[in-house]
Design a protein around this ligand. Structure first.
Ligand code: NAP
Length: 304
């Protein structure tokens, strides 16, 4: 069993966020163990090792932190009832397994940094949303609340728990941005629905830096919005994107794009594309967290 100090276990460390996070942790001198469903096939980067869920609970003995990013992709298919069940179960069960493994440790981890999402707040109007806001309603809000409650059970063991309510992650490697870039590049970009819905985004590098801070610093406890300080509405964001790509946006009426999105994606379109919230990272900023990409212009200039 690896009991070296400065060891961090990353659950779901093979995804969009996890891959970059693992490299950043290694760069900062941590020993990293990636907790994955496929330890045999994972080629972990040098300095990291791959572990299976069957290796719990011993794996968590005395680690500096567990960072939990595991869960079925939210935007990878229509939200059928079985898909919704998988999205919910994959988060709640993995988090419950981590917490129960911590219970079995003689020396539980110092910290659990658990992913959550701005879906916690549900659809909102244009007023800024900070961490103290009440939870919203709808499928994602309900999943996020239950997910956070599961993670918070670790506090009973003296584990510091930080919940990072992640916004739309902007990255070259995957996630929402390449899907937004493609139609604009092919002269088919347009705003979605009214265009007034909030789009609370974060550059992948800033999110990775935030997760690293949350793992290392005792002041990071409780919920934090993992979003950039400048959320925008969908219309303004799409205009910035179009300008960056030197393309026009099509003047398609909002009701038509809303209709098409709902037809293609069903309930998921409402929750992820046609509604939103203007979420601000008040608590991270209060702790002095510095964003490398505070505005959408700086983020898009870097990524495109
Ligand atoms: N990307 C975003 O824009 C965004 C926004 C808000 C919140 N988040 C949240 O942040 C976390 C990380 O995001 P991401 O974009 O890096 O996600 P991702 O690319 O989909 O990676 C998530 C990882 O979770 C593991 N996983 C998938 N299905 C699972 C299941 N049924 N049971 C156990 N583990 C499973 C996978 O690891 P293995 O295959 O190695 O087991 C996968 O690599 C996710 O929980 C996501 O909900 C992301």
């Amino acid at each position: 069993m690896d009991t070296s100090p400065n060891r961090i276990v990353v659950a779901g460390g093979t995804g969009l966020v996890g891959r970059k996070l693992v490299r950043a942790l290694l760069d900062h001198g941590f020993r990293v163990q990636v907790l994955t469903r496929n330890p045999q096939t994972l080629h972990a980067p040098a300095g990291a090792s791959a572990c299976g869920w069957a290796e719990l609970p011993g794996l968590l003995e005395g680690v500096s932190a567990v960072i939990n990013l595991a869960g079925e992709g939210i935007a990878e298919g229509r939200w059928t009832s079985s898909r919704k069940a998988a999205i919910r179960r994959s988060r709640l069960e993995t988090t419950a397994r981590l917490v129960s493994a911590m219970q079995a440790c003689a020396k539980p981890p110092a910290a659990l940094v658990n992913a959550s999402a701005i879906g916690y707040y549900g659809p909102r109007d244009a007023a800024p949303v900070e961490e103290g806001a009440a939870p919203g309603s709808g499928f994602l809000a309900e999943v996020c609340q239950a997910w956070e409650q599961e993670a918070m059970k670790a506090t009973a063991l003296g584990v510091r728990v930080a919940l990072i309510r992640i916004g739309v992650v902007l990255a070259r490697e995957g996630g929402a941005l390449p899907k937004m870039v493609r139609p604009v590049r092919w002269f088919q970009g347009c705003q979605l629905g009214t265009g007034k819905q909030g789009l609370s985004w974060i550059h992948l590098d800033d999110l990775v830096a935030m997760l690293l801070e949350a793992a290392r610093h005792p002041a990071w406890e409780g919920p934090f919005n993992g979003t950039a300080p400048q959320p925008l509405d969908n219309q303004i964001f799409m205009r910035l994107l179009a300008r960056r790509l030197h393309r026009p946006l099509l003047p398609v009426p909002g009701f038509l794009t809303a209709f098409a999105a709902k037809l293609l994606l069903g309930e998921m379109a409402e929750a992820l594309l046609l509604q939103g919230a203007f979420v601000r990272p008040a608590r991270a900023q209060a702790l002095g967290f510095q964003f490398r990409f505070p505005t959408a212009e700086t983020a898009l200039r870097d990524l495109i």
